[in-house]
Design a protein around this ligand. Structure first.
Ligand code: HEM
Length: 467
């Protein structure tokens, strides 16, 4: 099929419409109406503007998103194909650069090169012991909660969700206690795109390289050692780049998933009724968030290998396409006769070969963090009306700016007893557990083991409080 060039042929039925801004308040305030409007105006693939003069396609159709992620012959992960920088249209200070710079990671590769790195990362993540991960997450959550002041108030975003995943990850790579704060600080600078992000990236690379070299010499039971031992035989540099992806990709999405799920639990009566015998659980809230407010609402991206048509739109070679994860979840074609209930066919994890390889550990971290929070603070409630909560104006993340809460009672975890919270219906048959160790079945850490690691956590939490 010969396709017309929409850039020169104005009479063409595929002429590209002006892109709607995918930045600023439009994506923050009500992304669902933005996606509905784009779908009504343009169909399942909509032209958008990422920043002034930088266009892309937002893929909002459920079927079209599956096609985008499954057809790597047509839609590549290699950002070096992107026409915008090739044509000199990407500003040197563009906020898109960190997300779209090619690096030798699984996220930038197609075909067999991707398969090799993806197998190494997925096999490494699969070695995580879920019981230990649950204990680690619980201890991190508890250390954070105990660090709050005595006045019964907290901002769960700054004092809980933004800290917890990094604490857990530093433990998963088994950093020496003195290096923990450094790693946490570097990733925080990187993901905040602060003015320090360039030196932070270099220092982060150096810290991970030191870790890789030392674990090659003295392997332990941690992510770095497991990746080093994988038969894919990654070079030191490949190890560092791919560890960076694991740490950074996991951080932001886990933060947002915890925050969005706690917001739902605190604001929606269906979850509150569990206190009086209703059946909606934390796990139900997690699934609902993956449909309605996925932690990553849009994900860049794919780059067209050749001219093609997707969802009725003419796509030129080198065009950027964005995975409209939240928009595709809203697509009526995605919903069965009973809507989304009891159904995990959402696209929050992506799809195809690049689908998130960390779904089980991510769910376990998020579920344990929330269960611990609700157990320790059983009368937790929002400190402001729900409609006053605001969202970050990010085209990519679905993330609250803050989540102010009040509580009056602190209930310490019970050593060696199965976890239940007031929010977990006693009659539940634990529908949650996509993870082997469900929240109601795993014995908790013994008191002595917790005490032994207390020093490690408190040094990190204290360091953070002083920042
Ligand atoms: C422990 C936490 C997590 C880790 C370590 C992690 C790691 C990764 C990695 C390594 C990739 C790249 C896969 C590839 O390109 O082959 C990835 C992709 C992805 N992850 Fe995760 N992730 C985590 C949590 C999450 C969460 C909570 C979500 C959202 C619910 C999420 C959504 C995604 C999406 C949408 C992609 C992109 C898929 C694509 O490019 O097609 N991840 N993740």
């Amino acid at each position: 099929m010969t396709l017309p060039d929409h850039r020169t042929d104005t009479g063409c039925p595929y002429t590209r419409a002006q892109g709607s801004p995918l930045h600023g308040s439009a994506v923050a305030e009500n992304p669902h109406s933005l996606y509905a409007r784009l779908r009504a105006q343009h169909g399942p693939v909509a032209p958008v503007e990422l920043e002034p003069g930088v266009e892309a396609w937002l893929v909002l159709g459920y079927q079209e998103l599956l096609e985008l992620t499954r057809n790597e012959q047509l839609f590549s992960k290699d950002a070096r194909r992107w026409r915008v920088p090739q044509e000199g249209r990407l500003r040197a200070d563009s906020h898109l650069i960190p997300m779209t710079t090619w690096r030798p990671t699984l996220q930038s590769m197609d075909g067999s090169a991707h398969h090799r790195l993806s197998a190494a990362v997925a096999d490494t993540l699969a070695r995580i012991d879920h019981k230990q991960l649950r204990e680690t997450t619980e201890e991190a959550a508890l250390a954070l909660i105990e660090s709050w002041g005595p006045d019964g108030t907290a901002d769960l975003v700054t004092q809980f969700t933004r800290r917890l995943p990094l604490l857990v990850f530093t433990r998963l790579v088994d950093l020496p206690p003195e290096d923990g704060p450094r790693l946490v600080g570097l990733i925080t600078d990187l993901v905040d795109s602060s003015k320090d992000s360039q030196p932070a990236a270099a220092e982060f690379f150096g810290l991970l390289m030191d870790l890789v070299i030392s674990r090659r010499a003295r392997p332990g039971a941690d992510l770095v050692s497991w990746l080093a031992a994988h038969p894919a035989a990654l070079s030191d540099e490949e190890m560092v780049h791919n560890l960076m992806v694991v740490l950074v990709a996991g951080n932001e999405s886990v933060i947002n998933w915890i925050g969005n799920a706690v917001r739902l639990l605190l604001t929606d009566r269906r979850f509150r009724t569990t206190l009086t015998g209703g059946r909606a659980t934390v796990s139900d809230a997690l699934d609902e968030v993956l449909w309605r407010d996925p932690p990553i609402q849009n994900f860049p991206g794919r780059w067209a290998v050749s001219d093609t048509v997707l969802g009725g739109q003419y796509i030129s070679a080198g065009d950027m396409l964005i995975l409209g994860l939240a928009g595709a979840n809203d697509d009526p074609a995605a919903h069965g006769p009973d809507g989304i209930s009891g159904n995990r066919a959402h696209l929050a994890w992506g799809a195809g070969r690049h689908v998130c390889p960390a779904q089980d550990p991510a769910r376990l971290i998020v579920e344990t963090a929330i269960e611990t929070l609700l157990h320790c603070l059983p009368d937790l409630q929002l400190a402001i009306p729900a409609h006053e909560l605001t969202w970050r104006p990010s085209p990519w993340s679905r993330a609250l700016v803050s989540l102010p809460v009040l509580y009056s009672a602190f209930v310490p975890p019970r050593p060696d007893s199965p976890e239940r919270t007031a929010w977990t219906p006693q009659t539940s048959s634990s529908p949650s557990s996509s993870t082997p160790s469900g929240p109601t079945s795993t014995p908790r850490t013994s008191g002595s083991a917790q005490a032994g690691r207390r020093h490690w956590w408190s040094s990190l939490v204290e360091w953070w409080s002083g920042r």
